[in-house]
Design a protein around this ligand. Structure first.
Ligand code: NAI
Length: 291
């Protein structure tokens, strides 16, 4: 169903989504308003694949074939022959709606438009579109090639055929597709409020430091990383936007109240790995000291 895939946004998520589908055999075009982001994404993906070659998990020929299936696009108009476009840009409803509106003027009417939104309503993103039935959520996790799960989000008007198409595509790429309704935070970011928002509340109440909370949650219940390590990996700008969005959509239910600590740190640019400092400090992507 989906042979040609367009990906919009070449950041942490877009680059991973591009690599996943190029590896599973699809032709992928990658677009970003910042052309340097596309170059960085392709260089980043090559480096990851080279590591797999060095470990003997991939041949050089396979690497070359995967890279040749990921092509940069300089204009959204180059997506006109795509069967599926996946949007992974900034988490702002109006910006996403604008991009979907623009896409509708470019792609065929049977091209499925998917959003990787973490927490915005798929139904609302689709609301301004001419064909809301071909819009669905396709929510991956960071880093995409390693996190082998994806939420396939059914908006209020999404056609079931397209949901099944996305399920098959995810399956083919080796990711477990969890179909979810379009509720605030879907499944993972709804359940995740207890992990992230509550950890920030503990920090603001002086109960424990980020280091203590991370360690306890890793060594006790066995999470792969603690909430503050996860904030740094995800980017606090992204996580805070999720917290605010879930809170708004649940009509300010106090259970989901976002943290002023997160708001302040976002304003200060302490976003995590991508800015070199979040709750921890990073150099060349490695954690170097506790902040
Ligand atoms: P990012 O900040 O790493 O990358 C976003 C990219 O989109 C940037 O390169 C930016 O130049 C580009 N961009 C912004 N506006 C654009 C536009 N109008 N047209 C084309 N390109 C544009 O962000 P990230 O982390 O990749 O997140 C992207 C989306 O994925 C967001 O909706 C986020 O909520 C979602 N998401 C993020 C996760 C994470 O762990 N970072 C996990 C799952 C979903």
């Amino acid at each position: 169903m989906f042979n040609r895939i367009g990906v919009i946004g070449a950041g942490a998520m877009g680059r991973g989504i591009a690599q996943l589908f190029a590896t599973s055999g699809q032709q992928v075009q990658l677009y970003d308003t910042r052309s340097e982001a596309i170059d960085e994404a392709l260089a980043f993906n090559r480096k990851l694949l080279e590591r797999s070659v060095a470990k003997g998990k991939l041949s050089q020929d396979e690497l070359d074939a995967i890279m040749s299936r990921m092509q940069p696009a300089t204009d959204l108009k180059e997506f006109k022959d795509c069967d599926l476009v996946i949007e992974a840009i900034v988490e702002i409803l109006e910006v996403k709606q604008k991009v979907f509106g623009e896409l509708e003027g470019i792609v065929r009417t049977d091209c499925v438009l998917a959003t990787n939104t973490s927490s915005l309503s798929v139904t609302r993103i689709a609301a301004g579109c001419q064909n809301p039935e071909r819009i669905a959520g396709f929510h991956f996790f960071n880093p995409v090639p390693l996190m082998k799960i994806v939420e396939v989000v059914r908006g209020a008007r999404t056609d079931e055929r397209y949901i099944q198409g996305l399920v098959e595509l995810a399956d083919k790429a080796g990711h477990f597709p969890a179909i979810t309704p379009d509720t605030p935070g879907f499944l993972v970011n709804h359940a995740g409020r207890a992990f992230g928002t509550e950890a920030l509340r503990m920090l603001s109440e002086g109960v424990a430091t980020p280091q203590q909370i991370d360690r306890i949650l890793r060594d006790g219940p066995g999470f792969r990383m603690g909430p503050f390590e996860l904030f740094d990996l995800t980017g606090l700008d992204v996580s805070h936007a999720v917290m605010e969005s879930v809170y708004e959509q649940f009509y300010h239910d106090p259970r989901y109240t976002p943290s002023f600590i997160a708001a302040q740190r976002v304003a200060a640019g302490l976003l995590g790995r991508k800015t070199g400092q979040g709750f921890y400090r990073y150099e060349d992507g490695q954690k170097i000291e506790t902040a």
